[in-house]
Design a protein around this ligand. Structure first.
Ligand code: MIG
Length: 752
């Protein structure tokens, strides 16, 4: 096999907005996207390399570069790219010349047949974070990974690959940070010093171009902000999707769905969402309803609405081959399905039996798919769950010669779920005429945050999966994902009552709080565990509803800066070695101020690492000093959760669903501290897009311990608050009584 390592540059040409450097092996394009983002694409195709599923921004029109004797230097105010011309190698530095990351001088970028690889320098203290939904520790140094979207049913906590592809990682060394996004949908590989005797790191793909974006911003917040600027940010989720979600494979009939919903109301356990998994369909045909078991979907959904429940229904990509079935007939007639190279339609078997698979890469097919959701929105469905879109079929490895339009499976696979979700999102958004659809997907590629929430697939009912799930959420956050769920309780297997209780106590802090279980598993609703445990679970779900004002504001932040709601401690405490200790690596900040330490169900005591600063235990207001680990009680009734000193957490009273107005009081909880702290509070109607046209209510809450006051800025946006009163609730202040004031739109200062 031949190896083509980039050799000497033969020519350097300045083009409209890029540099083009040619070698005998390939040509390299360089663009600058911002002061902190530079893109390099080294290609052997003559096609212009400009297509991306992930990237929504365009490069700058021009940038500064200079040719020195044997190098080219590209300078932005924050980043310096030094391109060695003999041979062609790329090295990134900070503006003041500190090395960030670059090519291994010997091997750099090269091809072995169609396989393109980049060997890079490895720094002795270099850590690697990210790659989204990946097994392993927070620091991925010494590990290697493959991206190949897979229906990883029965996966363990070491299985790789899983369902999604996020070829974006963050490197840390010498007190510096950088990010690298390899925008290539082929099967890809990342090796963080695992197999090179710790001499190099490398990444590459089975095909396509060496096409990457280098992020030179310092600090993880800035890198995430840049990455989500480039690939887009989420929209405000519908408020109802942030309530408690009850799912199961499957509630088998309309009656069962209604019975479960009714039980929540009878037992005063808050909830917002019921799900229909695959059995609501007629023979698993997408966009149909089973006439026997779901005879009148509209009636069912109307009844659910009367009880303040919304319904989410599942859709799979596989379209059943059956005469007379609309989607089958139309899809075949219009050539909308994946084919073999000779034009024959590809057939794979999955739940409905023999199926064809839509070519979601085509806009026309996506439009057709999107419009078909009328069958679900008509009766009143507002949430759409995209499953099996790796794509999965029995046997799990669709042949590589299957084609979606011009794209063969090896290039299409990792983006298929993304394009299906895009079709679902665009279509349902159009049909719902101004209401926010809720989209959930299992397979994904970078940029999915623009269209959909994700969940981490088929986990298991074990303690280690509970902790693993949290690590996945924390890692996905670094890839700009905020709206993430894990199957609470575990999909496969039956949790012990203790595990169920413990997992539900983590639930308020999982961005999407959804309870789900596989076919044949024990029932999982909160009342299935005996009265004592039902009461604990109820309290935890109530706690979620109390926190909704804080959570909703947290999601607003995700829409603005891309910062996720659930944040690995590495985001804010990057240089603290303790947070990488495997004992503490599952801990995370939920929003700005809440530190959560997941604990297995059998541990009555837990060792928790508190980073720099002072902390208060949420359940007791007991104060702890940070930069140390503490051992605290962790009974099933009290997960170790701490609030950062100075923390501002807006809450509300317990409501039974997000449709309920509540008592009209916004409680602003403040934990004492020495430093000024701020919180951006945000509200809107929770269901429409009017917020994008100014219909929202946003104000800055400032806690100033020196001035001894709490102030609220004037309201930005045209809404008034849904809370007519504000109540300040003090924690860690001696003898301060709650303060209650009217809530208007003018600035307000409360001295204490
Ligand atoms: O082959 O729709 O991950 O959440 O309940 C299994 C049935 C198909 C896999 C999903 C799971 C869902 C299940 N699905």
């Amino acid at each position: 096999m031949q190896i083509d390592i980039l050799g000497n540059a033969d020519s350097v040409t300045e083009r409209d907005n890029s540099l083009l450097i040619k070698t005998a092996e390939a040509e390299a394009h360089v663009w600058v996207y911002s002061d902190t983002i530079i893109r390099i694409c080294v290609t052997r195709n003559d096609k212009e390399p400009d297509e991306s599923f992930a990237v929504i921004e365009k490069p700058l029109d021009n940038f500064t570069w200079q040719k020195l004797y044997d190098t080219i230097e590209v300078d932005t105010s924050a980043l310096k790219l030094v391109i060695d011309l003999h041979p062609l190698r790329f090295n990134f530095f900070t503006a003041d010349g500190k090395p960030l990351s670059g090519d291994d001088p010997r091997f750099g970028i090269n091809w072995q047949a169609e396989r393109v690889i980049n060997y890079r320098k490895l720094y002795p203290d270099e850590k690697f974070l990210g790659l989204g939904e990946k097994a392993g520790d927070l620091d991925r140094r010494g590990c290697n990974y493959v991206n190949w979207n897979t229906d990883a049913a029965m996966h363990t906590i070491t299985t790789d690959p899983l369902y999604k592809t996020f070829p974006f990682f963050i490197g840390l060394h010498s007190g510096l940070s950088y990010g690298l996004f390899f925008d290539n949908t082929h099967k890809s590989y990342f090796d963080f010093g695992a197999t090179t005797d710790e001499q190099m790191s490398w990444f590459g793909a089975d095909g396509g171009d060496m096409n990457y974006y280098f992020f030179g911003a310092q600090g993880l917040r800035n890198i995430i902000e840049d990455y989500t600027w480039l690939t887009g940010r989420m929209e405000m989720p519908p408020l109802w999707s942030l309530g408690y979600q009850q799912c199961r494979w499957s509630y088998m009939s309309a009656q069962e769905v209604l019975d479960v919903a009714k039980k929540f109301r009878e037992r005063n356990i808050p909830a917002d969402v019921m799900y229909c998994d695959i059995d609501y369909m007629d023979g698993y045909k997408i966009f149909t309803w089973n006439k026997k078991t779901f005879p009148d979907p509209k009636k069912m959904i109307d009844e659910l609405k009367k009880m303040d429940f919304r319904l989410v229904t599942i859709v799979d990509p596989g379209i059943k081959i059956e005469e007379g079935y609309k989607q089958y007939k139309e899809g075949v007639a219009r050539g909308y399905f994946a084919t073999y190279p000779n034009g024959e339609l590809y057939v794979g078997s999955v739940w409905p039996g023999r199926c064809h698979f839509p070519d979601f890469f085509s806009q026309e097919v996506r439009d057709w798919w999107g419009a078909a959701f009328e069958a679900l929105t008509g009766p009143g469905v507002e949430g759409f769950w995209n499953d099996m879109n790796e794509p999965a079929a029995w046997g799990q490895n669709m042949p590589w010669l299957v084609k979606f339009g011009e794209r063969f499976m090896p290039e299409a696979r990792n983006a298929y779920g993304m394009q299906m979700s895009k079709g679902t999102y665009d279509g349902t958004k159009r049909i719902l005429k101004g209401k926010r659809p809720f989209i959930l997907t299992r397979a994904a590629y970078c940029g999915i945050q623009r269209y959909s929430a994700i969940w981490t697939g088929d986990n298991a009912a074990t303690d280690e999966h509970m902790l693993f799930g949290q690590r996945l959420v924390n890692s996905l956050g670094l890839a700009g994902m905020s709206m993430i769920g894990v199957d609470i309780g575990g999909f496969m297997g039956n949790p012990t009552p203790e595990l169920m209780v413990r997992w539900n106590s983590l639930g308020p802090y999982v961005p999407m709080f959804r309870n789900h279980a596989a076919l044949g598993m024990t029932m999982r609703e909160p009342w299935q565990w005996g009265d004592k445990y039902e009461q604990i679970i109820k309290k935890d779900i109530e706690h979620r509803y109390k926190l909704l004002p804080y959570i909703y504001s947290g999601f607003y932040e995700s829409t603005q800066s891309g910062l996720p709601l659930a944040r690995t401690l590495a985001i804010d405490y990057t240089t603290d070695e303790n947070i990488f200790n495997t004992k503490f690596q599952n801990q995370f900040l939920f929003g700005d101020s809440i530190l959560v330490a997941p604990v297995i169900s059998t541990a009555e005591m837990a060792e928790v690492y508190l980073p720099f600063g002072d902390w208060y235990r949420l359940s007791s207001d007991k104060k702890f000093s940070g930069s140390q680990s503490v051992t605290v009680a962790s009974p099933l009734t009290d997960l170790p959760v701490f609030i950062k000193a100075g923390g501002i957490v807006p809450m509300q009273n317990v409501i039974q669903s997000t449709n309920e107005p509540g008592d009209g009081i916004l409680q602003i909880h403040i934990w004492n501290g020495d430093e000024v702290n701020e919180f951006i509070y945000y509200e809107d109607d929770g269901t429409t897009y009017s917020y994008q046209h100014g219909a929202y209510y946003k104000r800055l809450i400032t806690f100033d311990p020196q001035a001894k006051e709490v102030s609220l800025s004037a309201v930005e946006g045209s809404n008034t608050s849904k809370y007519s009163k504000l109540r300040l609730v003090w924690h860690g202040f001696e003898g301060l009584a709650d303060v209650e004031v009217g809530n208007g739109n003018d600035p307000l200062t409360i001295a204490y």
